[in-house]
Each structure stands twice: as C-alpha cells, then as structure tokens.
Design a protein. Sequence first.
Length: 65
Amino acid sequence: MNDFGRPLPEDVPYLPELLRQHGYQTAAFVGSLVLDPIGGTAPGFDRGFETYDAGFRIRRGRGAV
C-alpha cells in the first residue's frame, strides 16, 4: 500500500498536537517542497504546530525569487 500523498487521519495521534495539549509551544521550519502544506506531497504535516513556516522560495531564472 502507498500512503504517500494522503493526509494523516485525524484520529491518529500526532506528536505536535500531543505536545501542545501539554502546554508546549510547537514550531516547524521546513525547506522541503514535499512538506509544503499547499502543494506538497505530505499533506497534513503542518497539523498541530503553532508556527509552521514553509516560506522557502523556488528560484526561477537569474535573480528571481
């Protein structure tokens, strides 16, 4: 079975959510297109984080951001 590209089911415990429930502050700073919550192939990875920064930019040509 290939689960790549499918979100983690809501009923499956996820560490960032568990930590937040216990008073921890959670953040993720990612630089992988796979982990992009909008167009990536790992949907739902941002679930449970207070801050989830996937603010990388793809370079397109010389000097473009």
